[in-house]
Ligand binder design. Structure first.
Ligand code: HSE
Length: 346
């Protein structure tokens, strides 16, 4: 049976998933007996389309590429019925799983929180890379999913397709986590690496945006809000805390002096934006801020868009995971791994 999908949002990440589904169609079928069928796509800018028998993935991508981001580009997709908004798409498309990939809003979580609530209420699985709903109302959504017998999965919210959350939940199940510390934002790590090579801050940020690493509003990256959302997710989901976004101290990289960043290695240091969660007794605290790490620190050698996180466990000791932290394909892959997990659970 095909797994019917509705995509809510069709920006970099949603397109990344559709590219992977198209390119890996045969492998997914042969190796995993997985046949995804995108029945609906709704995007605030590109418009929407629906076909109960499945939309043509390459035509969806062509519609965006051809019209160069013209508003409503999806409505001209052949074979599809156009005109639904996101809520109609969730309720009417008959999808088994909703892929929520609208833009992250870490203050209100909207519109993603409403999309997730509506889908879960309808008994539709939700997979998302959107950090807003998970950082703000994970417990509520996880309980709602459980009460409806469906899954709420969000692997890509932390380190994109590099498996941190599933590693903690599955491979490290049974461990307790005393501290989690890492480089959790690809954009700022890329900018800091470039600045160290003498490139300007603005120029490096512009490239990070072109490469699809940065948030729609890159303030979220450079001011540390993106890492803040990720440490809250790690604190609550992995360490069992109940941390609110307002309880995390946060400093971004915008205040760092370019010449200081470039000169640091000669003095035995490297500037990194570090997110950390720590349990002290019953209390879990979290922080985000730039740190001049000694070059011997394993995190100091993690450069570019690569991220790394160390999970300090009671049973295995420190476990460090290194890999892509952002990007179209890497984040699309996170959605695929969640969809495959739903498929396997059958
Ligand atoms: N803007 C984020 C980053 C995307 O640069 O890491 C992945 O969450």
């Amino acid at each position: 049976m095909a797994q019917k999908l509705a995509l809510i949002g069709f920006g970099t990440v949603g397109q990344g998933l559709v590219e992977i589904l198209s390119r890996k169609k045969d492998l997914l079928q042969e190796r995993h007996a997985y046949r995804p069928q995108v029945v609906a796509v709704a995007d605030l800018h590109h418009g929407s389309c629906y076909d109960a028998n499945g939309l043509d993935l390459d035509q969806l991508l062509d519609a965006i590429a051809r019209d160069g981001g013209r508003p409503g580009a999806l409505t001209s997709c052949p074979g599809g019925q156009a005109g639904w908004d996101s809520m109609e798409t969730i309720r009417e498309s008959g999808a088994e799983a909703m892929v929520e990939v609208t833009l992250t809003n870490i203050e209100t979580g909207e519109p993603a929180v409403s999309h997730c609530r509506a889908a879960l209420q309808e008994g539709i699985h939700v997979v998302t890379t959107n950090k807003g709903p998970v950082a703000l109302v994970w417990r509520e959504l996880a309980d709602l999913a459980a009460s409806r017998g469906v899954q709420f999965r969000f692997e890509g919210t932390v380190m994109s397709g590099t498996p941190v959350l599933s590693t903690a939940a599955e491979a490290l199940a049974g461990c307790e986590f005393a501290r989690i510390r890492g480089i959790l934002n690809g954009t700022t790590n890329y900018i800091l690496s470039e600045m160290e090579q003498g490139r300007g801050y603005g120029e490096s940020l512009a490239t990070a945006q072109e490469l699809g690493y940065a948030e729609a509003d890159p303030t979220a990256d450079v001011e540390g809000f993106d890492v803040l959302a990720k440490v809250v997710i790690l604190a609550n989901v992995v360490m069992g805390a109940s941390l609110g976004v307002g309880e995390v101290s946060r400093t971004g990289i915008a205040g760092l002096d370019a010449s200081e960043v470039a000169a640091a290695p000669a003095a035995g240091h490297r500037w990194k934006l570090i997110g950390q969660v720590e349990r002290i007794g019953e209390r879990v605290t979290a922080s985000v801020g730039p740190v001049a790490l000694p070059l011997e620190d394993p995190l100091a050698s993690v450069t570019g868009v690569t991220n790394a996180v160390t999970l300090e466990t009671d049973l295995v000791g420190p476990v460090t995971i290194v890999g892509a932290g952002a990007g179209r394909e890497a984040t699309g892959m996170a959605l695929l791994s969640d969809l495959l997990a739903i498929h396997r659970a059958g």
